[in-house]
Design a protein around this ligand. Sequence first.
Ligand code: ACO
Length: 300
Amino acid sequence: MPETILTNNALAERIETSDEWIVERTGIRQRHIASVLETTNSMGAMAARNALQMAGVRAEDVDMVIVATCTPDKTFPSSACHIQQELGIPPCPAFDVQAACSGFIYGLSIIDQFIRTKMAKRVLLIGSEVMSRVVNWQDRRTCVLFGDGAGAILLEASSTPGILNTHISADGRHKDILYLDNQANATIEMQGNSVFKLAVNMLDTIANQILVANNLTIHDLDWLVPHQANIRIIQAMAEKLGLPMERVVVTLREHGNTSSASIPLALDFAIRQGKIKPGQRLLLEAFGGGLTWGTALIQY
Ligand code: ACO
């Protein structure tokens, strides 16, 4: 995470909003904001180094790099190529995945196919975003929601699969309710209420779909690790699923919505805090501009 923290109260000094409104409508209390020296590439490289260190794997043993981001430093070369060079990872497939806030789950799904078909053995998956550079800081309907950060995981082929299953999908009919044009100084445009309703109406359905497809029920899950967009969306999903909030990882209070970085950041937080323990079963879930969405069942 970038060092600089922007609290709701500090935001309220700049635009017409309040800590009470933001907390009540979103659950967010603060977000981290990248300095001029911090970028998607630099934060992503740092997260990737930490992931390798935690996994005890050397950079030269990685054979694929995927970065999920909708705010790359450059359209090309990809952030994945940059981070590959920065870490000294030998020539191997390296590319970015862009599926807005669902990018991390899309990346997991791609990697699952590569590992199952024995095309890759050790893959770095990084989610990194500088959302603060693509929000309109005068638009109180959007700027209060987003933050910057990066998270990374290392996936390794094994005889007992960690990724039990992934489901990804999209519906381009909703492309106009949440978008970021590819032009200089463009900012996120969002019909917040439409996104909110679609998310609340679909998330429990896609969670149940992946559980049923794997002969599991909600009682077989230890943790739900949702995309961190809005506490009301997360609570509505948990309630519909019959899952107590004690089994849901929530980091948006401190981080805001960091798009593709939100799930790996939440995983990092919950694992380092000792909440998520080896052997536990997790359901990851995300939705984002497109609309895109995805779920992943993980045995940690
Ligand atoms: N501070 C104070 N008042 C505000 C603020 C603010 N920051 N923002 C909006 N308001 C006002 C509005 O102007 C409106 O006032 P009015 O009634 O006088 O017109 C009132 O609050 C209600 O506004 P709504 O937009 O209806 O508020 P809502 O309850 O829908 O909450 C929110 C807005 C938080 C954006 C919600 O709709 C939401 O979370 N939507 C989902 C967003 C999301 O998850 N996006 C995913 C993006 S991820 C990606 O792919 C990049």
